[in-house]
Design a binder for this molecule. Structure first.
Ligand SMILES: [Zn+2]
Length: 316
């Protein structure tokens, strides 16, 4: 009998990553490709080609299913990608139906933050945590809550967006329609737009080669490390706002583990001291000290692991 494998796939705004996992959960082969600027039909054909090549490299094993984590918004119930924001032109794309027809196996679609959180629960930083909350800070802020190994879902299967919790009603406008939500204050884009619009940023613009548009969050973090006062101020504010969001999450859910990934961990030296200090504030109502805050372990591959976990959990 040929080897049984599950496919885990992660579709982001720029890349698609696919991995083949054996029935014991071991990653045995992987592949990736750029999906940036591909229209849906070419994107789906590319994904099919990647999968065919991966399966052929494994001598055509018995495929158990395909689990996908994808950048949202999605309709996970109907299996549609509906994300014209970061995947231009991808409105109501029936990826589940298409891959199901091509490969004739179960195909599942989940939000990328949920898939990544499941991956960290399965084989990463939050291994077997009864209640795991995951936060990824990148261009935006993705969050997910996993309870007893299952994705927490809102009404009609909706995906709660902790990244759009409101922190500062006087803060910047967000595309979600509110002001001062978490993402609009702490994401990479938020930090760069704060730096571009703040007073006394001449030194920072020089660091960006004289072009304010190239003043990104990485440059601001680097300048803060060298003691540039404007950059220090921007990063301190972001660290403070980041900490307030984490305090809210703990107050609502008291998870066993919060797994952090993305820019916030790349700048851990600038963010985490403020968070630790904030969490030290005595609070007799919530056991803040019982919540472990850990860096993610699976990096860009977390969503791929999560996709495979969904399939293996369902069919084995
Ligand atoms: Zn928002």
């Amino acid at each position: 009998m040929s080897q049984q494998i599950a496919i885990g796939m992660d579709i982001g705004g720029t890349h698609v990553r696919v991995g083949a996992f054996d029935s014991g959960g071991k990653l045995i082969a992987q592949s990736d490709a750029s999906i940036a600027s591909l229209k849906p039909d070419s994107g789906l054909s590319l994904i099919e080609r990647l999968l065919h090549e991966l399966l052929e490299s494994l001598n055509s094993p018995a495929l158990l299913g395909i689990g996908i984590g994808c950048t949202g918004p999605l309709d996970t119930v109907r299996g549609l990608i509906n994300n014209p924001y970061t995947l231009k032109g991808w409105s109501n794309v029936p990826i589940v139906e298409r891959l199901n027809k091509t490969f004739n196996v179960p195909v599942r679609l989940e939000n990328d933050a949920d898939a990544a959180a499941l991956g960290e629960y399965w084989q990463g930083a939050g291994r077997d945590a009864k209640r795991l909350y995951a936060v990824t800070v990148g261009t935006g802020v993705g969050t997910s809550l996993i309870v007893d190994g299952k994705i927490y879902r809102g009404v009609d299967g909706s995906h709660p967006e902790g990244g759009h919790q409101l922190i500062d009603p006087n803060g910047p406008e967000c595309y979600c329609g509110h002001r001062g939500c978490w993402e609009s204050l702490i994401s990479g884009l938020a930090i760069s737009s704060h730096a571009q619009s703040t007073k006394n940023n001449k030194h920072l613009i020089v660091l960006a080669g004289g072009d304010p548009n190239r003043l990104d969050s990485r440059l601001v973090a680097e300048a803060a490390r060298t003691g540039d006062p404007t950059a220090v101020q921007i990063m301190q504010k972001a660290a403070r706002d980041f900490s307030l969001g984490i305090v809210n999450i703990i107050s609502f859910f008291v998870p066993d583990v919060i797994v952090l990934s993305g820019g916030v961990m790349k700048s851990a030296d600038l963010f985490l001291p403020t968070l630790k200090q904030t969490l030290k504030t005595p609070n007799p109502m919530v056991p803040f000290d019982r919540v472990k805050i850990l860096p993610a372990q699976l990096g860009y591959y977390a969503g791929m692991y999560g996709g495979a976990y969904i399939i293996l959990n369902e069919v084995t």
